[in-house]
Write a protein that binds this ligand. Structure first.
Ligand SMILES: [Zn+2]
Length: 252
């Protein structure tokens, strides 16, 4: 039998208490963003992605609750594009902390944060020591390795027949493919295009953090979305789930 995946907010309180008593004391907290994803994808991409990863990671861990997604993240460098909503680092961190302090009241002993939005990685990394201090005796982890994430995408895209060079990390072939796989209605195929290609220099990255994404990519894409397919998306989803799972398992 598959390990259980418990969608916390869809369950009743007695059902949750029973599952905890039966030994499931682990929670995943998917984090996302509501930010521009080029001319061709809806804003909720990263939150949808994090939610699609949840059952794969939960089963790999031997069962887990899945907390309500923290859908809005830290996206200040995308605010020049219509629709983007961004939380400050302090607000995002406070939400994570209050998830932890709430969950431990119910007997949860392991809390795992991960994000579909790479921009949340440094925030989670900075937040982690404080989260651990907020819930002594509870295991709190966060996946924050953006280099490994991008390498994993490049490898998965190439293995599925796409161009690894099109992976740029934002609204690119990997993200667009993931969305074609999990929520195709969020993609506007006729508007798929190339964005900024190639690795950014340190100076360009500084310009991006200071002036926002339009300074380095006028259409908001990092990488190239052309060539995206549902098949590549399935490969990327499975590969990233495996990467996060390996990290959570290794840090036990
Ligand atoms: Zn994204």
């Amino acid at each position: 039998m598959d390990a259980p995946v418990y969608p916390l907010e869809r369950m009743t309180s007695p059902e949750i208490a029973e599952a905890i008593r039966a030994g499931c004391t682990r929670v995943l907290v998917p984090c996302g963003a509501v930010e521009q994803h080029g001319p061709h994808m809806a804003l909720r991409m990263d939150a949808d992605h994090a939610e699609a990863l949840a059952p794969l990671i939960a089963r790999g861990l031997g069962g887990a609750f899945v907390a309500p997604t923290i859908a809005v993240g830290c996206s200040s460098h995308h605010l020049a594009f219509s629709g983007t909503i961004s939380l400050s680092e302090a607000t995002f961190t406070a939400i994570c902390r209050e998830y932890c302090t709430s969950l431990v009241r119910h007997g949860i002993t392991e809390i795992f944060f991960y994000s579909g939005h790479i921009g949340n990685f440094p925030v989670l990394e900075n937040a982690l020591p404080g989260l651990r201090r907020a819930v002594p005796g509870v295991r709190v982890e966060a996946f924050t390795d953006s280099t490994a994430w991008l390498a994993c995408w490049a490898e998965a895209v190439a293995a599925a027949g796409g161009a690894a060079a099109s992976v740029g990390g934002h609204a690119d072939i990997a993200e667009t493919s993931v969305m074609l796989h999990i929520k195709p209605e969020a993609v506007r195929p006729a508007r798929i295009e190339a964005g900024r290609l190639g690795l950014m220099t340190r100076a360009e990255l500084e310009v991006m953090w200071r002036d926002g994404l339009p300074a380095v990519s006028p259409n908001g894409i990092l990488g190239d979305a052309r060539g995206a397919s549902a098949g590549i998306g399935a490969a990327c989803l499975a590969a990233i789930a495996g990467l996060i799972l390996a990290d959570f398992t290794a840090s036990a």
